[in-house]
Design a protein around this ligand. Structure first.
Ligand code: MEV
Length: 363
């Protein structure tokens, strides 16, 4: 079975505001999603018949990378709860696109990549369906997989699932791993990766080499409430439509994100924590928190450097930056949350098994 995995993510600063082009920061977490594929008599997911409407991310990737391919049996497993704000769908899309690319290989012409999203589009700008080019040889297995391509495909698929409004924050973080910063301009003191463009909003995507002290952890507290990102994104859109002046709150989140980025670069964890807590107050005022998130945040605050909701909100998860992960985790659990503990900035997408590749060659 061809197998690939990708990490989940936590947004440290800037969720929702990033949809409007403001800067935002996310880190990959230790918890991962895994996707295994093998050819089969009919399309199956986890042993059950595949229903495209129940698995829109897989369906969208199938159309892009496996259109004429044989039926597959797909296994999806991992430690990231769905609809929790931890990037489960982006991690799934990244891992699935890596597994599919690995399984079909990549066409080459004169030793150069002849097909694929990154080969066709050097600026990495998402421009719609890719066209197949038959090359004179084939790169197979893990060598055919490209981290940028997985990020582009995952962003395209997230955009379809979120009604056209999706930043590349989740997809780039789950693909590259580490710490990813989005901004409306190229930041000269960060590592610039590429530009992304969707529906007239553009983002410059960067990575930061973090220097996090060994004694600082993220504790993630889950409310257990499923809150689809699309609904939360639509909620903020209607708040802004009703009162365009509230765009100032979105801009203030951007200012706080910049302060957070400065603190991260300096390794000033107290400053990072302060910016996280300030960011939370603005998210609350935009209406994307809820009483269950507030209860977990209040419980975690005394033992933490900073606390906030993470991701789309309305349920899902909160995060605490802490030097006392055990104490913080116990406080969150006492308040009714389930916890995960992670380091900041875990490794990105990985091919875990590429034996017997390609499992299918386009004719
Ligand atoms: C969801 O993890 C983050 C949001 O900012 C949406 C997005 O960036 O596409 C709420």
């Amino acid at each position: 079975m061809v197998q690939a995995s990708a990490p989940g993510k936590c947004i440290l600063f800037g969720e929702h505001a990033v949809v409007y082009g403001q800067p935002a920061v996310a880190v990959a977490i230790d918890q991962r999603m895994n996707v295994g594929i093998e050819t089969s008599e009919e399309w199956r997911i986890d042993g059950m018949r595949f229903h495209p409407e129940r698995h829109p991310h897989v369906e969208a990737l199938k159309q892009r990378l496996w259109e004429d391919g044989p039926p597959l049996s797909i296994k999806i497993f991992g430690e990231i709860p769905p609809a929790s704000g931890l990037g489960s769908s982006a991690a799934l899309s990244v891992a699935a696109s890596a597994a599919l690319r690995c399984a079909r290989g990549r066409q080459l012409i004169d030793d150069d990549w002849a097909e694929g999203w990154t080969a066709a589009r050097p600026n990495n700008v998402y421009e719609g369906p890719w066209e197949f080019v038959m090359g004179d040889s084939l790169e197979v297995g893990a060598k055919a997989v490209d981290v940028d391509e997985c990020a582009i495909l995952s962003h395209a698929v997230e955009a379809v699932a979120q009604g056209g409004k999706a930043s590349p924050l989740d997809s780039s973080t789950c693909s590259h791993g580490g710490c990813i910063v989005l901004s409306d301009k190229v930041e000269s003191d960060l590592n610039w990766l590429y530009s992304r463009n969707l529906n007239d909003v553009s983002w410059e995507v960067h990575s930061i080499d973090l220097n996090i002290p060994d004694d600082v952890w993220l504790v993630v507290g889950s409310t257990g409430i499923h809150a689809p990102t699309s609904q939360q994104v639509a909620k903020v859109a209607s708040v802004l439509e009703e009162n365009p002046d509230r765009m100032r709150e979105i801009e203030t989140i951007g200012i706080i994100s910049r302060r957070g980025i400065d603190a991260l670069m300096k390794g000033d964890m107290e400053g990072v924590g302060r910016a996280m807590s300030e960011n939370h107050l603005l998210l609350r005022s935009l209406g994307v928190s809820c009483s269950e998130l507030e209860a977990l945040i209040t419980a975690a605050a005394p033992s933490s450097l900073g606390v906030k909701l993470t991701g789309a909100g309305g349920g899902g998860c909160m995060i605490a930056l802490t030097r006392n992960p055990k104490e913080t985790s116990e406080a969150i659990e006492l308040a009714g949350g389930r916890t995960l503990i992670s380091r900041l900035a875990s490794p990105g997408m990985r091919v875990d098994n590429d034996e017997n590749c390609p499992i299918w060659e386009p004719k």
